[in-house]
Design a protein around this ligand. Structure first.
Ligand code: NAD
Length: 494
């Protein structure tokens, strides 16, 4: 059985402990590897390597850091096929979708290639007689990232390129369910010329996470995952004196107005709800059909949901792969069962799907559930699987009120031909990332990514300018070079 080790100080490293977790192939249901689960002492070893590396990396020139980022970016392009296969093999998503997340992650590396511009300080000339003020930002030291299973390349890439380019050293604790992609990333950083100890990977579960949160030599923690764990990480990390950014779960609504092109909207809703088997933080899980749009929209969605081809992620004919675990498959099926019991209409039922030759795989088909109301479990819970629920609303105001009453506020979209309605929607909705006729409005890397309410705990989104701010702290320097004959002049504001 292949064992996935940690990556510490530039090399694959065995663990102090013997605890492991199984890594499955979700398409077959079989265990394909085991991953080490770190004890606190493994985290200590990684942090010690990162602290040592910070002594020189924190002092390295902007041109050296930029050079490494450009080389790393080229290696990500070169190894895209290999990375996509690794992601698909452990996560289950189709290879094309895995490529998509690599591209989105690489865009953050491209942003980091231009870090010199993002790090420019400011200068005020002659704030008082012969006195100037300048400000600049410096790295924090050792920072850590704790990431979820659903984007094993993209989500860590929201963090490490910006953290490293701004001069920090990094300890990544990826999801223990699909840990291998991070090991290839570590190898590519080494090949790109990143010094040993600047990027480290420690695999593990709560034990590793707690050791990171409590570690006195870690200055900041970036977390992405479910809301209960995001709240826990934020509370424990900040109590230990760290900066913490913690992105949580989601329940993303797409509002469809009667004046929208319903065929266009249904196409995009289908892709946004069932792509990656609904396991995207920006997946559309709720369609809000306004007025007369409803019946026709559901009719088109039904046809499209039935056309989604479910199969192994490695099969180019598959549109959608399995979900991550058997427990996730059962949770999705249970959500559909409960919605029917609570009075919703199951229009397309994915519960009993079997994929020939993959009977033990963690497959569940797309489900379309109509006439869901905000009180039902299927609306309240984050199902995180291929289930699109449809709510009916009479007006756009009612649709906005539904979204604003939801505890999550990650992404949302509106489909309409009316600029007036779209503008009102984008101004009034309490959500961080909004699409107008765009179903999954993930911001480009030079903007920042983050939701509102329970989708982001703390106040810091990831990457872009907010990421640079998060991984650095400012210094303000007030300078006077007095004339020799006036050396003891007391500064005044004149
Ligand atoms: P998760 O919360 O179970 O795990 C995230 C990380 O926390 C993993 O590294 C895991 O090992 C660790 N962890 C799990 N349980 C823990 C515990 N009790 N104590 C300490 N650490 C723990 O999330 P997941 O199932 O891997 O990912 C899916 C979730 O992530 C969904 O809720 C999804 O919405 C969310 N997500 C959000 C965003 C966003 O941008 N807001 C992006 C991606 C995923």
């Amino acid at each position: 059985m292949h064992t996935i080790e940690h990556w510490i100080n530039g090399a694959a490293t065995p663990a102090a402990s013997t605890r492991t977790a199984p890594v499955h192939d979700p398409a077959t249901g079989r265990q394909q590897a085991q991953v080490l689960l770190a004890e606190a002492s493994d985290v200590d070893t990684a942090v010690a390597a990162a602290s040592k590396a910070f002594e020189s990396w924190g002092d390295s020139s902007l041109s050296q850091r930029t050079k490494v980022m450009f080389a790393f970016r080229e290696l990500l392009v070169k190894h895209e096929d290999e990375l996509a296969r690794i992601i698909s093999g452990e996560h289950g998503k189709v290879v094309e979708d895995a490529r998509g997340e690599i591209v989105r992650g690489r865009e953050v590396v491209e942003y980091a290639c231009g870090i010199a511009d993002a790090l420019k300080g400011s200068f005020s000339d002659q704030v008082s007689r012969d006195v100037d003020v300048l400000s600049f930002r410096q790295p924090l030291g050792v920072v850590a990232g704790i990431t979820p299973f659903n984007f094993p390349i993209m989500v860590p890439s929201w963090m490490h390129p910006v953290a490293i380019a701004t001069g920090n050293t990094f300890v990544l604790k990826p999801s223990e369910r699909d840990p291998s992609a991070s090991m290839l990333v570590a190898e590519l950083y080494a090949e790109a010329g990143l010094p040993d100890g600047v990027f480290n990977v420690v695999h593990g579960d709560k034990v590793a996470v707690d050791a990171i949160l409590d570690h006195p030599d870690i200055a900041a923690v970036s977390f992405v995952g479910s809301t209960p764990i995001a709240k826990y990480v934020h509370e424990r990390g900040t109590a230990a004196g760290k900066r913490v950014q913690a992105l949580g779960g989601a329940k993303n609504h797409a509002v469809v107005l009667p004046d929208a092109d319903l065929e266009f909207a249904a196409n995009h809703l289908t892709a946004a709800a069932f792509g990656s088997a609904g396991q995207r933080c920006m997946a559309i899980s709720v369609g809000v059909a306004v007025g007369p749009a409803g019946d026709r929209l559901v009719e088109i969605l039904e046809t499209k949901a039935r056309e989604v081809k479910v199969g192994p992620g490695s099969d180019p004919a598959s549109d959608m792969g399995p979900v991550i675990t058997a427990a996730a498959r059962d949770r999705v099926a249970d959500a559909v069962t409960r919605s029917a019991a609570q009075g919703a209409t199951v229009v397309v039922d994915g519960r009993d799907l079997k994929v020939g030759g993959h009977e033990e795989g963690f497959f569940v088909g797309p489900s379309l559930v109509d006439h869901v109301t905000p009180e039902m479990d299927a609306y309240r819970d984050e199902i995180f699987g291929p289930v699109l629920t449809i709510l009916r609303a009479d007006t756009v105001d009612e649709a906005i009120a539904v979204i604003n009453a939801n505890p999550y506020g990650n992404g949302t979209a509106i489909f309409t031909a009316s600029g007036e309605a779209a503008r009102r929607f984008q101004r009034e909705v309490k959500v961080g990332m909004i699409g107008v006729n765009v179903p999954i409005p993930v911001p480009m890397s030079y903007y920042s990514f983050g939701g509102w309410k329970d989708s982001l705990i703390g106040d810091s989104p990831v990457h872009g300018p907010e990421g640079v701010r998060f991984y650095t702290r400012a210094k303000v320097v007030t300078t006077r070079w007095p004339h020799a004959e006036a050396a003891f002049d007391f500064p005044t504001s004149s």
